[in-house]
Design a protein around this ligand. Sequence first.
Ligand SMILES: Nc1ncnc2c1ncn2[C@@H]1O[C@H](COP(=O)(O)OP(=O)(O)OP(=O)(O)O)[C@@H](O)[C@H]1O
Ligand SMILES: O=P(O)(O)OC[C@H]1O[C@H](OP(=O)(O)OP(=O)(O)O)[C@H](O)[C@@H]1O
Length: 354
Amino acid sequence: MGESALTNGVNGANGVHGEHAVETRPRMGSRSLPFLSDLLGNSLNDRLLFAVPKKGRLNQACLDLLHGSDIQFHRHSRLDIALVKNLPLALIFLPAADIPTFVGEGRVDLGITGQDQVAEHECVMPPTATTGVEQVLDLEFGKCKLQVQVPSKGDYTKPEDLIGKNVVTSFTNLTEQYFKKLEAQQAGNVKNSETTGDAKLKTKIKFVGGSVEAACALGVADGIVDLVESGETMRAAGLKAISTVVDTSAVLIKSKHASDPKLVDLITARIKGVITAQKYVLCTYNIERPKLDAACKITPGKRAPTVNSLEGDGSWVAVSAMVLRKDIAIAMDKLTEAGACDILVMKIENSRTH
Ligand SMILES: Nc1ncnc2c1ncn2[C@@H]1O[C@H](COP(=O)(O)OP(=O)(O)OP(=O)(O)O)[C@@H](O)[C@H]1O
Ligand SMILES: O=P(O)(O)OC[C@H]1O[C@H](OP(=O)(O)OP(=O)(O)O)[C@H](O)[C@@H]1O
C-alpha cells in the first residue's frame, strides 16, 4: 500500500483538522506509516482499527452511524485515517470494495461495507488465508441487488442466453461463480462444478471499475452484472434485469484476528443500539383495563408492553411499547378503534435491547 492509499484530496468528513499524532504501527505496512508518523507524530498501537467507506453510497450512512454511536473523531485534511477521541479506536477511510481485503488480512480489525463486497472477496476458490471475515451485524441500509442485466430490446431473456458471451462487471468473482454454476447446470453437472470448480468457463467475464451499465451500449458486453436499487440507472441505459446474483445490504464485519474483542463487542452494541433506535418508535397511550388485552395484541412491544395504573383511576392504565416505525400508522388506527386515547409516538434517540 502506498502513501496515497491513506491520503485523500478533500477536507475530512467533518472538515476539522485534527491535532492527534500517529506513530508507526508495524502491522499497517512499512511504506505508508512513516509518512503518517511524520505528519501526525503519535501512536496507532493499542488502537483498534475500524474501516469505513471513504465515498459512495455507504459513506454518509456510516458517518451518521458513527455519530449516533458517539464515536468522536477529527479527520485531518488529506488523510484517510482519523483517531477517535473518546475510544482507543482509529478510523480508516477506504473504498468499500477494499474493506474485506484489509479486514480479511487482519490489517484492520473491524469494517463496514456491502455484503456484496464481502461475498466477492470471500467466494475466491480455494479459500486463502485472507478470506474468512466474520459478519457481525446487518446494518439494514445500502439495500440493493446484484443483477444480471441485458439490453431491454435485445434477444436475451434468461441468464443461460449469456453462456459463452461477454459479460462485464465489477464483481468478477461472484459473476464467475454464478456462470460456472449455470454452465454446469446446463451440462447436467451441478455437483461436480460446485465442489471442484474445475470446469473451464465458457462465458467471458471482464472487469470494469465503474459505469458498468455503459458496456452493452458501447459494444463491450452482451450483458452485465451490476447493482440495482431503484432500477433508474439500468432503465436509463436501456437494460433490464433477468436474474439476481445476490441481495445485499451494509454489514459490520470483523477480522478473525481482531485485536480487542471487548472493544469490538462494545462498538457492536453501540451500533446495534442506533440501528434499533432508527427502526422503532416508542408508542404510549391510555386505555381502560378491560380493553387492555386487545390493545396489547396491537402493540406487543419487543419483549412485552409496559403497563402502569393511572394515578387516582384504577380502571385506566397507561401503556408504552416499542413499535416498528414502518407499522406505526396502522397500529395507531387500530389502537383508536380498540378504545385507546392520548396516543403519543416518540422518536427513540438510542437503545440497548436484546
Ligand atoms: N444504488 C445503490 N443503492 C444502495 N446501495 C448501493 C447502491 N449502489 C451501491 N450500493 C452499496 O454500496 C457499496 C459501494 O458502492 P458504490 O458504488 O457507492 O462504491 P464506490 O465505487 O466506492 O463509490 P463511487 O460509486 O462513488 O465510486 C456497494 O458495494 C453496495 O453494497
Ligand atoms: O438502481 P439505482 O437506484 O439506479 O442504483 C444503481 C446504481 O447505483 C450504483 O452506482 P452509483 O450511482 O453509486 O455510481 P457508480 O456507477 O459510479 O458506482 C450502482 O453501481 C448502479 O449503477
